[in-house]
Write a protein that binds this ligand. Structure first.
Ligand code: FAD
Ligand code: NAD
Length: 475
């Protein structure tokens, strides 16, 4: 097997594997090294996203959504069914088969593009040399390349003194593999994972308590959107306790005693399972040999410039291991851009417009600035919003929760932020990203013809509302 390459990529998640494909498309001799071990004990490409992140969580979100709809929402449509039951092992098997299909698909793509795959841990030495320690215990291999791309991703943050066993105290991987609905589930952190996976198990019948240290719900989202979402989650029975910082959790008699501080007092809950979802940190353990020269930030991320160059010539870093949002699509676009830069092409990626999506019901999605950010920066703006309850299609489908909010510059009308809480927000946000990438104005969105009846009409009406001329609500 060859040991000399144009490009070596360490990490085959959604940042690394698209970078490998693009590099191969551009004619470079490419290798990728990955050490993720799947449920079958073998290397499974696709990283956190395909194995224990985006895809499996969405599979369970969809299964649990159908379960909840049959049990509740369908009745108002006149659909009568007997009380549904959930066969959790079948749901998990379905999720696993989707993961298998996609991760095997990545392996097929590697082969089809002539990319050499090493199943093992890659360590960067000086001068773009890489040592591979194979997962099968065979001898180390020494590779070299003109360029190395580091794409080692991230791992869950642990709270000191609360170790996961992934049976009772779970991280994201454990929470995707529970084999029966727990009667009670505690969740530490009302962030993206806490809300998505908390929703899965609540829909299936668990009593879910979410403990969030911050006083403000979804502090990174626009306040109006966060409030609308919080109201809906409360109605659904998700018990979210704000300003509740967890410091301690202990196994006692097969259950977990969780201790948290709220308003200066210590409280306790006892739950059957506990999900710890308090953020993720860059994964650099075993990646950088001493003397390789790559520097880290004080947050432990690999230091890069705007174009993903590290402190070492011809060594690049992309995805969760560097600054910016820890999102699959952000890493993918960075990977493609870096491959193009290596090939001498110009590449463009606007981190300011990376869309965020939270796949709860209702979904939450946004791009650009929030109203709080505009206020803090002293940027003059106008705001328009439109509730889904006033949109015909939303009423027809029973998806009336939430709203669209459009923020535009007060003088130039340029779009500054679009925020959505509602069904299909994950798809609707794409229109806003396109409009904003093309430096569009609220007027542009307002003048574009939107099909009737669709949920996208709420985006149109919110853009009209910026100029106080929404049609289906009083301005
Ligand atoms: P990773 O996906 O973490 O991949 C890194 C790979 O590198 C892994 O396979 C790892 O084993 C391997 N590796 C690490 N070190 C080495 C080494 N030294 N040698 C060899 N291999 C190594 N994002 C979204 O955009 N949408 C979502 O819906 C979404 N849902 C999520 C749900 C959950 C439960 C979680 C946990 C995350 C979710 N994310 C989502 C975040 C998303 O998964 C990450 O942003 C994304 O996977 C980061 O991609 P990456 O390629 O940088 O790293
Ligand atoms: P997060 O940063 O979204 O949320 C963590 C929350 O935990 C924060 O609100 C924080 O205040 C709280 N917290 C921290 N310590 C605490 C303590 N001791 N007690 C109580 N609360 C505490 O992190 P996450 O939910 O773990 O997700 C990690 C990352 O994975 C996300 O930031 C996102 O980048 C990615 N992700 C994305 C998606 C998506 O795009 N739909 C889904 C899941 C994960």
């Amino acid at each position: 097997m060859s040991t000399s390459f144009d490009v070596i990529i360490i990490g085959a998640g959604p940042a690394g594997y698209p970078a490998a494909i693009r590099a191969a498309q551009l004619g470079m001799k490419t290798a990728i090294i990955d050490n993720f071990v799947g449920k079958d004990g073998k290397n499974s490409l696709g990283g956190t996203c395909l194995n224990v992140g985006c895809i499996p969580s969405k599979a369970l979100l969809d299964s649990s959504k159908y379960f909840e709809h049959i049990g509740g929402h369908y009745k108002s449509h006149g659909i009568q069914t007997s009380e549904p039951t959930i066969d959790v092992p079948t749901m998990i098997e379905r999720k696993d088969s989707i993961v298998k299909k996609l991760t095997s698909g990545v392996a097929i793509l590697m082969k089809a593009n002539g990319i050499t795959v090493f199943a093992g841990t890659g360590e960067l030495d000086a001068d773009c040399k890489v040592t591979v320690t194979p997962l099968d215990g065979s001898e180390q291999q020494h590779l070299n390349a003109d360029h190395v791309i580091l794409a080692s991703g991230s791992v869950p943050i642990q709270i000191p003194g609360i170790p996961y066993d992934n049976e009772t105290i779970l991280d994201n991987a454990g929470a995707l593999d529970v084999n029966a609905v727990p009667e009670s589930l505690g969740v530490i952190g009302a962030g993206v994972i806490g809300l998505e996976l908390g929703s899965v198990w609540r829909r299936l019948g668990a009593e879910v308590t979410v403990l969030e240290a911050l006083p403000e719900f979804l502090a990174t989202a626009d306040t109006d959107i966060a409030r609308a979402a919080q109201r809906e989650f409360k109605k659904q029975g998700l018990d979210i306790k704000m300003g509740a910082r967890v410091n301690k959790a202990e196994l006692q008699g097969g259950r977990v005693v969780v201790e948290y501080e709220q308003s200066g007092e210590t409280h306790q809950i006892v739950v059957d399972k506990l999900l710890v979802a308090v953020g993720r940190r860059a994964q650099t353990a075993g990646l950088l040999a001493e003397g390789c020269g790559v520097t880290l930030t004080d947050r432990g991320q690999i230091e890069v410039d705007d174009e993903c160059r590290t402190s070492v010539k011809n060594v690049w870093a992309i995805g969760d291991v560097v600054r910016g949002p820890m999102l699959a699509h952000k890493g993918t676009e960075e990977g493609i851009a870096v491959a193009e830069r290596i090939a001498g092409k110009k590449a463009h990626l606007n981190l300011d417009l990376v869309p965020w999506v939270i796949y709860t019901e209702p979904e939450i999605a946004w791009t650009g600035k929030t109203e709080q950010e505009l206020k803090d920066a002293g940027i003059p703006y106008r705001s328009g919003s439109f509730p889904f309850a006033a949109a015909g299609r939303a009423l027809a489908s029973g998806d009336t929760a939430g709203l669209v909010k459009v923020l535009a510059h007060a003088e130039t009308d340029r779009l500054l932020g679009v925020h959505i809480c509602g069904a299909n927000a994950s798809e609707l946000i794409a229109e806003a990203v396109v409009a904003m990438e093309f430096h569009g104005s609220a007027e542009d969105l307002a003048r574009i013809v939107h099909a009737h009846p669709t949920m996208s009409e709420a985006v149109h009406e919110a853009a009209l509302a910026v100029d106080k001329r929404a049609i289906h609500r009083v301005n």
